[in-house]
Design a protein around this ligand. Structure first.
Ligand code: WT7
Length: 635
């Protein structure tokens, strides 16, 4: 047992770090550093921020004069790209690998040093400038998991434009409403992407989405699959053609931005049908994600780091693209599905590239666990030193399998709790933290998390309540695009002085957090966040459907799966193919991630007297649980 991180004996099933892990860690003493960070948060963040390049230092670390609209590093100037790329070019890191990428078919490997990355990003930045993209514009990016996705994001940031990345698994309506809300004039996409050996027809989806809204003027199309696509004359340009223009290779200054200037918008699901455009900035976000990345993953130059998420989600923004690049790390990115063509695909690549840190979602771990130990056991996974988990609670069975079979009982698991809105990791073990399977353990430095009851009082140890954060931190979103009131209401409406995350949690006697899951109408399906309202509105856009209700029910691999109940319009009746047709319709509108597991046709939906669908009752019935209070049910 190590003496360093434990104050007394911890209760429950506890895994302690080895002496070797402790010796190599940046954090020898979490408790004292945490205490210091909480007692003087501004001093702490000031010190953290000094590790990065600023063309002008800040005048004030935190401006909290107008809560909950907090500002960080006020008066400071920088650009996240100055730190993610530029500053490495004058050091030994210039020729260090920034990115290693492998195609799904395994036939292509592309590598980029920091020097090469700068060249690619500069070219892309020059293309965007040539199209008239300016500081403050929002460019929508809809791409498969290929290096150009990262180049595009970094190119936007470099010239001071913001990006809005729409995950390549989303479909027509999701893409259209995000472009519309961001008022993007430029869209960056690809002809298609590969997934499980099949082509995902991104360009066709993009064409349909553009037709549903009216802001897009130019489209840059990266050729990935080479299949035939429709290119609209005067609107659509092949990326490889644009690269042939002489001006493309000119140098491009990295625009210096105010700390509070917009870096990106990322849409995420909430309780209404309309996704929220969460906003992050150049200054505070940069400091927060790079500090969390460094300390939580103990990153240094020897690492080969692999975050298996998609860059299109916040995990990818913070911990594939920006965090690793700011720390000068070498990242690996894989294009395709985890079990393609065989269930050893991930393990094979860990062996091949000597991956040292793997950061993945519980759903992927459970999915691979299903195939048994023989697949990972065929490979030498000894390069791994640390494992990470993100996106939903990790169940103890999956945790133990990950720990024993993948980590060979020598790699700590950092289970990281956070959200699109928090910018970066909030509650997580550090490599030296004693672990309890299923607990995200304790807050990161500078983060004051707690569990409140409905009256805003901290709950007793072990008692369930609402997960809150009681002090601002630099990575907190700066709001919701075009809707500051919704930001205030949604996250600070309940407790005014505390950020309410929308998750249920409890804290045990040792101060360890156990996150239980969403309290609102948000479903986590395979770690993806989906609103019941979005799924329902996709369903009612089908001619046969008059009303729909979606709920999440427990699922062995996905965590939760979507079950929907629909009421048909007059004149429509249930047919053998209707269920399949409705599933396809959801695929087409939102994307395959939202495809319902099960569709049930009902004659009516249970509603309250005020007309709200009682999803709670549908869930209880589906699970065969007591139906609870039905006093508000309309007869
Ligand atoms: C929701 C946020 C974190 C980036 C990717 C997801 C759930 C996330 C954990 C975890 C338990 C977790 C929460 C949260 N969640 N990580 N380690 N343990 N739950 O970001 O799509 O914004 O979703 O994911 O319910 O509220 P997101």
């Amino acid at each position: 047992m190590n003496e360093v991180n434990t104050n007394g004996k911890l209760e429950g099933d506890v895994y302690y770090p080895s002496q070797e892990v402790i010796e190599k860690s940046y954090t020898k003493d979490y408790d004292s550093m945490y205490k210091r960070s909480i007692e003087e948060p501004e001093k702490f963040w000031d010190e953290m921020a000094r590790e990065y390049y600023w063309s002008k230092p800040w005048d004030k670390v935190l401006d909290d004069s107008n809560p909950p609209f907090f500002k960080w590093f006020v008066g400071g100037k920088t650009n996240i790209v100055s730190n993610a790329i530029d500053r490495h070019l004058t050091t030994y890191r210039k020729n260090k690998l920034a990115l290693i990428w492998e195609s799904e078919a395994g036939d292509e490997v592309r590598t980029f040093s920091y020097y090469a990355l700068n060249r690619e990003v500069t070219r892309f930045a020059n293309i965007l400038k040539g199209m008239g993209v300016k500081k403050g514009d929002i460019v929508t990016i809809y791409m498969p998991r290929i290096p150009e996705l990262q180049f595009a994001m970094l190119a936007c940031a470099k010239i001071g434009a913001a990006h809005s990345v729409v995950y390549g698994g989303f479909s027509v309506e999701s893409l259209a409403e995000r472009i519309e809300d961001a008022r993007s004039k430029v869209l960056i996409t690809a002809d298609g992407g590969f997934m499980r050996g099949k082509i995902v027809n991104l360009k066709q989806i993009a064409n349909e989405a553009i037709a549903r809204q009216g802001t897009i003027e130019h489209v840059v199309v990266v050729k990935r699959t080479g299949h035939d696509v429709h290119m609209e004359q005067g609107r659509d340009y092949w990326y490889h053609d644009l690269l042939g223009m002489p001006i493309i290779n000119q140098p491009c200054e990295t625009e210096q931005m105010d700390a509070e200037d917009l870096l990106y918008v990322l849409y995420t699901s909430g309780t209404t049908g309309k996704p929220k455009g969460v906003i992050h900035t150049h200054g505070g976000y940069m400091v927060f994600i790079s500090a969390t990345y460094k300390y939580i993953f103990d990153i240094n130059d020897e690492d080969r780091y692999w975050c298996a998420a998609d860059p299109g989600w916040v995990t990818g923004h913070s911990y594939i693209v920006y965090g690793p690049l700011i720390q000068g790390a070498t990242s690996f990115m894989y294009e395709g599905a985890p079990n393609f063509p065989y269930p050893n695909r991930w393990w094979k690549m860990i062996e091949k590239y000597g991956i040292t840190v793997l950061y993945a979602a519980p759903t992927a771990i459970r999915g691979l666990m299903r195939f048994g130990d023989a697949w990972p056991n065929r490979h030498d996974l000894s390069s791994l030193r640390l494992l990470g988990s993100v996106g939903e609670p990790i169940n103890p069975e999956a945790w133990k399998w990950y720990y024993e079979v993948i980590g060979r009982s020598k790699c700590p698991i950092v289970d990281t709790w956070w959200q699109t809105e928090t910018g970066g990791i909030m509650i997580s073990a550090l490599p030296t933290t004693p672990l309890k399977p299923g607990s995200a353990t304790r807050p990161f430095f500078g983060i004051q998390a707690d569990v409140y009851d409905l009256d805003g009082k901290p709950t007793a140890p072990g008692e369930e309540g609402l997960l809150v954060v009681t002090k601002p931190w630099p990575g907190l979103m700066r709001g919701i695009l075009h809707d500051p009131e919704r930001y205030k209401q949604q996250y600070f409406g309940k407790f005014t002085t505390a950020y309410e995350a929308g998750d249920a949690a409890r804290k045990d006697k040792d101060g360890y957090f156990w996150v239980i899951g969403r309290l609102d109408d948000v479903i986590k399906v395979s770690g993806y966040r989906l609103g019941t309202a979005e799924i329902e509105s996709a369903l009612v856009s089908h001619p046969a459907v008059s009303e729909a209700a979606a709920i999440g029910l427990p699922h062995d691999v996905k965590g939760h799966a979507i079950h929907v109940y629909v009421v048909l319009k007059e004149g429509f009746s249930e047919t053998e193919t209707l269920g399949e047709e409705l599933k396809k319709h959801v695929d087409h509108e939102i994307g395959p991630i939202a495809r319902p597991e099960k569709i049930e046709i009902m004659s009516s939906l249970p509603k309250t007297r005020s007309g709200k669908i009682m999803r709670r009752l549908l869930r209880a019935r589906a699970l065969g649980q007591p139906e609870g209070d039905k006093s508000t049910l309309e007869e």
